[in-house]
Design a protein. Structure first.
Length: 178
């Protein structure tokens, strides 16, 4: 029987980290399913989902621990595939002058409405012409079907006004703004 695992990985960035992970997973009968990896402040940071034979989990965990001797910290967690629940998928985009609390305030409003942030990518760069710090965020949200999306939109617009950022909610199917 195959099991599912999620691995988080962090360590000083250098060439060959992904190859080491891939070789370790493959050597234990694992299949690399999905991943997100990035270079952040000189560190390699990643999260990946793998599947492998249940009987090889302990063996893989031992091999992953050995990577720690090479400066790579790996945390593994067995994952069970959850029941599929009905939801509406939306994309949230945020852009504005950077300031403290943008992610906190938006995340608080989403959590209060039981909206799950399934994916979040943020960046920070300089605004054209002024050079001021500009914050960008793009998130994939899972909205409970019973949640009134227009109420969520009003709440987020209120937060956008307070934070002086632009917020857009877009259905994942790419149709017009909701």
């Amino acid at each position: 029987m195959r099991s599912s695992m999620v691995l988080t990985v962090i360590g000083p960035d250098r060439p060959g980290i992904v190859e080491q992970l891939a070789a370790t997973v493959a050597a234990h009968g694992g299949n690399w399913e999905r991943s997100r990896m990035a270079h952040l402040a000189g560190q390699f940071a990643g999260i990946l989902h793998i599947s492998l034979p249940e009987a090889r989990i302990e063996e893989l965990n031992s091999a992953l621990a050995e990577l720690g001797k090479r400066g790579l910290r790996v945390v593994s967690q067995s994952a069970k595939r959850g029941e599929k629940q009905a939801f509406q998928g939306l994309s949230l985009e945020v852009t504005g002058n950077d300031r403290e609390g943008i992610v906190r305030d938006i995340a608080r409003a989403l959590a209060a409405r039981e909206v799950n942030v399934e994916q979040l990518d943020t960046s920070h760069d300089s605004a054209p012409m002024t050079g001021a710090a500009l914050f960008h965020a793009r998130a994939v949200l899972r909205i409970p079907l019973q949640l009134d999306v227009s109420e969520l939109r009003k709440t987020l617009e209120g937060i956008a006004d307070d934070l002086m950022v632009d917020i857009a909610l877009v259905p994942l199917d790419g149709s017009d703004d909701v």
